[in-house]
Design a protein around this ligand. Sequence first.
Ligand code: FMN
Length: 189
Amino acid sequence: MEEKLLIGITGASGAVYAWKLLKILKEIPVRVEVIITEAGKLVFKHELEKDWMELHSLAERVYEEREISAPPASGSAPYWGMIIIPCSMGTLGGLASGQTRNLLLRAGDVVLKERKPLVLVVRETPLNLIHLQNMVTLTLAGAIIFPAMPGFYSKPKDLEGLIESFVTRLLSFLKLKDYTHQWQGLEDD
Ligand SMILES: Cc1cc2nc3c(=O)[nH]c(=O)nc-3n(C[C@H](O)[C@H](O)[C@H](O)COP(=O)(O)O)c2cc1C
């Protein structure tokens, strides 16, 4: 892929999904840039026990939410699309209402207006009506709601396997990687 892939990391639980995704992307010929929110930094530290600065090892550039004049803020920048992983309900709501108060929201808004793929790996439970309506609004606007809901049918042996199968499924959906766990149906008893 010539163009770059933007990865947004918000303060929803599930920083490990972003970390795993970036590690897999590092192994394939895709250029990657990251935007992380302030809440994203906190949750990243809490859940992964790593500093967000470690993201620099897995991406060409890492932007903070305050860098509102950075390239992802413009529709002229050469991005293929954006995955927000994990995506908080706050960022979901911001995108659904067209708010662009930080770089991550502006980048998502730009990707939508440029009619490029915007994938939202939303994470919250339970969901209220506002969350659900925001997902409908964004689906109508062209975004893809790809909830952080790993499947168990691939029989992952551990948490690492569960996360890897979810992230690989996401990359397969975007045609960036083959998904090895293709469902063949249940065997007859
Ligand atoms: C440890 C922790 C876990 C959180 N998990 C979630 C979550 O799963 N989903 C969510 O929508 N918000 C979650 N939040 C709340 C968001 O971080 C908060 O709403 C924040 O304002 C989101 O900002 P952002 O979208 O700019 O990252 C969590 C916060 C903390 C501290």
